[in-house]
Write a protein that binds this ligand. Structure first.
Ligand code: GLY
Ligand code: MN
Ligand code: MN
Length: 436
């Protein structure tokens, strides 16, 4: 399922062709992050870097220099080193970078300071986005300074640094059929994990035990890591939007909200399901759940090519407000409640986001000041919710502490949309039947 190595070569080639001859693009790999003392967090390559290289090692820098005779596509990476490889793992080395990864030329990472001023010399524009790696930014300004100091000897430093992200993120916004296939599989695996959590859930278990079942299912399906920190929030914990403690006991009579998705070959899935710990919804839980489900279905129906990006959020809000009025959680005139955003007491987040290599994926939201028009190949989540704060004294007690979110991943197709995460049930009847 992994993307073919050639795809990365082609992406670099296409980008090089679109770059002005007087420009250069630089992109450092993600840095390793210390967790505590000698232990590092599992390394995850930067998504932009992976998008253009398929190269998973840290301590690397990609340089694209259009028109350069010795080679336009250059990788700086770690030198092969028998001792280091025995202790820390394999390295492709410079030969591997050229032979296996298709770079025109490769240098060791230790040669950066020596090579970079020469590569930057006489390039008017540098494509780089500062701030992600401040140490690298410092180096870059240093190389530019070196050229300034040598101006009298014929060096010409760059005149401007332009946003590299914008260039790459426009490309990443549309997923090719090969990318869609990976995302479809990530959706299927994640759906299977949610299904298993529903089947295995029992009062008395711990939230982190459901988390473990989900991660086990990911791994057994070929996806080693979750795409983001898994949320298992039972009872009132479901009302904490980014709850990741996952340390409470699952209680009979409570709902549990699980927001979890795997990462498969660098692509994310993002699913939320909310279900009763004991397998049976109470009347209040069911009433709120069905409002959220109605909103989600109406929202998904707004995802099709040609539709503006904001339509699906509006559709969700419209249905949520209808439901909140019906349940007596809000009162007043619908139009006014929407205009004044009174629903924010119960629904305080957006209805979705782009999804791709990053769970909150890159890509612009506006074009010439207007919401982006949806196009085939775009992928986004739809995730409305209702969260009744346990200390909301404006509502009857029976509603307090109920939190529900339902989230799926949607691909915009030629004719409408495809729900990539459809394999996990979401109606009250289907959830109760599965858990019975
Ligand atoms: N899991 C993160 C989100 O739903 O946005
Ligand atoms: Mn989510
Ligand atoms: Mn999401």
């Amino acid at each position: 399922m992994k993307l073919d190595r050639n795809i990365y070569v082609q992406r670099r080639k296409a980008l090089l062709e679109s770059l002005d001859k007087g420009s250069i693009l630089v992109l450092p790999a993600a840095t390793e992050k210390v967790r505590n003392r000698d232990c590092e967090y599992a390394y995850r390559q930067d998504s932009d870097f992976w998008y253009l290289t398929g190269f998973g090692e840290p301590e690397a820098v990609l340089v694209l220099a259009p028109g350069r005779e010795e080679g336009e596509s250059i990788l700086f990476c770690r030198k092969r080193d028998r001792d280091m490889e025995i202790w820390h793992g394999r390295r492709a080395g410079q030969e591997g970078a050229v032979k296996e990864y298709g770079f025109d030329q490769a240098f060791t990472i230790n040669e950066l300071d020596e090579q970079m001023p020469g590569l930057l010399d006489k390039r008017t524009t540098v494509y780089h986005t500062p701030n992600a790696d401040k140490a690298f930014d410092q180096k870059l300004w240093g190389w530019i300074d070196t050229l300034r100091m040598k101006e009298r000897r014929g060096s010409v430093p760059p005149e401007q640094v332009l946003d590299r992200d914008k260039l790459l993120h426009t490309l990443r916004l549309i997923k090719t059929p090969a990318e869609q296939a990976i995302m479809r599989e990530a959706g299927e695996i994640s759906a299977r994990a949610h299904t298993r959590a529903m089947k295995e859930c029992k009062p008395g278990a711990m939230e982190y035990q459901l988390e473990a079942a989900i991660h086990h299912e990911f791994a057994m399906s070929g996806a080693r890591y979750p795409a983001y920190t898994t949320i298992v929030g039972s009872g009132e914990n479901a009302c904490i939007l980014h709850y990741t403690e996952n340390e409470s006991e699952l209680k009979d009579g409570d709902l549990v909200l699980i927001d979890a998705g795997c990462e498969l070959d660098y692509y994310a899935a993002d699913i939320t399901r909310t279900f009763p710990v004991n397998g049976k919804f109470t009347e209040e839980q069911k009433a709120i759940y069905n409002v959220v489900l109605d909103a989600q279905l109406a929202s998904i129906a707004e995802i099709a090519p040609g539709k503006p990006l904001d339509a699906f959020h509006k559709a969700a809000v419209d249905k949520l407000v209808d439901g909140l009025l019906e349940l007596g959680l809000l009162s007043g005139k619908k139009e006014k409640l929407i205009e004044e955003e009174a629903y924010r007491a119960f629904y305080m987040h957006g209805t979705g986001h782009w999804i791709g290599m990053d769970v909150h994926d890159v890509g612009h939201h506006k074009e010439d000041g207007e919401p982006v028009t949806l196009q085939p190949g775009m992928t986004l989540t739809v995730e409305p919710g209702i969260y009744v704060s346990p200390d909301n004294m404006d509502v009857e007690e029976r509603w307090r502490g109920i939190g529900v979110r339902i989230e799926d991943d949607i691909l915009v197709t030629e004719t409408g949309n495809e729900v990539l995460t459809k394999d996990v049930v979401k109606t009250v009847e289907d959830i109760e039947a599965l858990m019975a």
